[in-house]
Ligand binder design. Structure first.
Ligand code: ROI
Length: 274
């Protein structure tokens, strides 16, 4: 991807842990490497097809001066989210916050933090089999879309499905959405848990009835096996209630563990259950 770099934008502001830093302020410098496609602006010579770096520098300065953080990590994190959500042309961002006047009490040249954040495509499976299922799924999608760090790209139809997993319970209503997000997989998971909790989700019976279930099915082409999260979803290949709505909106969505598309996984599952 192409990039535009803003090098060491000087900003006087008041971030820091110590009272003196909060009161007196000091110089910070921001370096931002913006990853975007410069081709449309390159061939048209039209500023509206790119990022206006003068305007962005003003906005970065405003953000750094209007907000206060103890840590340069927090300043960088929040500034990155602000830049990515306010500028749809920027796909990814490497951001450095330098603090060369930090109160270290020893001779040093600079201290800085550098983070990389990007928009990624992800697929979320939705399910409900308690209460007004349709209203619960609609409201979940509304809440997900209202997060500035998420853009809703596609939404499948809802389908009624028989419960999978052996527990005797009511039929489910299932669907799937395609989103773009600049939340990390872990933060996306935490956000989805808050949406589930707001829908009154409790976790009583394993694989039992639920008001709302939101599962990350795919996140870019990342493979994640952490204590809290497995992506691609570890059982998606066996779940027609996931593959059918997924194939409706993204038949060529790619599962990097199996090196297969959603459509191939669905065809294979259809063969299995025939
Ligand atoms: N079965 C169906 N049909 N739909 C679901 O959303 C669903 N979700 C689950 C279990 C209980 C495994 N079974 C399901 O989590």
């Amino acid at each position: 991807m192409d990039k535009i770099t803003i090098d060491r934008l000087k900003i006087f502001c008041n971030h820091g842990v110590y009272e003196e830093e909060k009161k007196n302020g000091q110089n910070f410098y921001v370096t931002a490497v913006l990853y975007l496609d410069t081709y449309p602006a390159g061939v048209s010579d039209d500023l509206t097809k790119s990022v206006n770096y003068a305007e962005l520098c003003q906005n970065i300065t405003g953000f750094m001066q209007e907000n206060r953080y103890n840590l340069i990590e927090a300043a960088a994190e929040n500034l990155a989210a602000y830049i990515l959500t306010e500028n749809s042309a920027i796909h990814a961002l490497e951001l450095t916050v330098h603090k060369p006047e930090a109160p270290i009490g020893l001779p040093f040249e600079n201290v800085s933090v550098t983070i990389f954040r990007e928009w990624q495509k992800a697929y979320i499976a939705l399910g409900s089999n308690m209460g007004d299922c349709r209203a619960l799924l609609d409201s979940a999608i509304e809440k997900i879309s209202a997060n500035p760090a998420v853009r809703l790209l596609k939404k499948s139809s809802y389908i009624v499905t028989k419960p999978y997993g052996g527990v005797v319970q009511d039929d489910f209503l299932n669907g799937c959405i395609e989103i773009e997000t600049c939340l990390s997989p872990q933060h996306l998971l935490e956000f989805l848990h808050t949406v589930e909790n707001e829908a009154g989700r409790t976790r009583e019976v394993h694989w039992g009835p639920r008001t709302l279930d939101l599962d990350i099915i795919l996140y870019g082409n990342k493979i994640i096996n952490s204590e809290f999260l497995t992506v691609p979803h570890c059982d998606m290949q066996n779940r027609m209630f996931v593959l059918e709505p997924l194939c409706e909106i993204a038949p060529y969505a790619y599962n990097p563990v199996f090196a297969k598309t959603a459509l191939t996984l669905k065809k294979e599952l259809e063969q299995c259950i025939k």
